[in-house]
Write a protein that binds this ligand. Structure first.
Ligand SMILES: [Zn+2]
Length: 221
C-alpha cells in the first residue's frame, strides 16, 4: 500500500496526521517488552474494517509496566472474541511520586467515592485524544492488582505492579461495556482474580461483546 493511503487512513480513521510514526501510530507499538512480527497489512485491514476503542496510556514514573504485553494481550482477546480492537493513541510518563501507591476510596464495594489522589490521577492524559485512559501505578492502599472505578466523566482504570497478563484487558472490560464479573474462569471478566484465569487466552461471551460494541466510546472508520 502506498504511503499516501496509509496517511489518509491515519487521518480519516484514526485522527492522526503527519508527522506519523508507522511503529506507534499505525502498528500500535509503544513498548519493547513484547517483540513480535507485526503485519502492516493486517493492521490496515483492522483500521479500515473493525470497530475500535481509543485508549491513552499514562505511566506514573517509577512504575514498570509490561505495556506492550498488555496492549497485545487485550487486543488478542478483543479481536478474537468480539471482532473489535484497541487503538492506543499515545503513551506518556508523568512524574507524580505521590500517585505510585494510590490512596484509594473506590473499589472497596462501599459505593463510589473519589479520594484526592484518585481525582489527581484520573485528571492525567485527558488531552491525548481518547476518552478512556489506562494508568500504570505500583499499587493502592487496597492492594489491588488493578481497579476500574473512576470519577464520573473521566473514564479509565489503573493497573499495578502485581497485575497478571490479563488484568489490563479485564479492567478495560469493566469500563468499556460496563461488564461485571462472571464465575467462568475461562472468561476475561472472571471475578476470582485474573491470575487464576484458566485456558488462556480468555474468552468473552456474545453478550459481553455486544455490550462492548455498543459502548459510546467504540467507533468505526
Ligand atoms: Zn474486576
Amino acid at each position: 500500500m502506498a504511503t499516501l493511503s496509509v496517511r489518509s487512513l491515519a487521518s480519516t480513521c484514526l485522527n492522526k496526521s503527519a508527522p506519523l510514526s508507522l511503529r506507534r501510530d499505525i502498528l500500535g507499538v509503544y513498548g519493547n517488552d513484547n517483540p513480535q512480527n507485526r503485519s502492516l497489512k493486517e493492521r490496515l485491514n483492522l483500521i479500515q474494517n473493525r470497530p475500535f476503542v481509543r485508549l491513552a496510556l499514562v505511566t506514573i514514573q517509577g512504575a514498570s509496566p509490561n505495556l506492550q504485553r498488555d496492549l497485545d494481550n487485550a487486543n488478542i482477546v478483543y479481536q478474537n472474541e468480539c471482532n473489535n480492537w484497541i487503538y492506543c493513541v499515545g503513551s506518556i510518563t508523568v512524574n507524580r511520586p505521590n500517585l505510585l501507591v494510590l490512596d484509594q476510596d473506590d473499589c472497596f464495594g462501599s459505593g463510589h467515592s473519589v479520594s484526592d489522589e484518585e481525582d489527581e490521577l484520573f485528571d492525567l492524559g485527558r488531552d491525548m485524544g481518547a476518552d478512556v485512559v489506562g494508568y500504570y501505578i505500583n499499587t493502592s492502599n487496597g492492594g489491588f492488582a488493578g481497579c476500574a472505578a473512576h470519577p464520573p466523566g473521566r473514564r479509565g482504570y489503573w493497573s499495578g505492579s502485581s497485575a497478571s497478563p490479563w488484568t489490563f484487558g479485564h479492567e478495560l472490560g469493566h469500563v468499556v461495556g460496563d461488564n461485571s464479573h462472571v464465575s467462568d474462569s475461562d472468561n476475561l471478566m472472571f471475578g476470582g482474580g485474573t491470575i487464576n484465569i484458566t485456558n488462556p487466552p480468555p474468552d468473552l461471551t456474545n453478550s459481553q461483546c455486544s455490550r462492548i460494541n455498543s459502548d459510546p466510546d467504540v467507533e468505526s472508520c
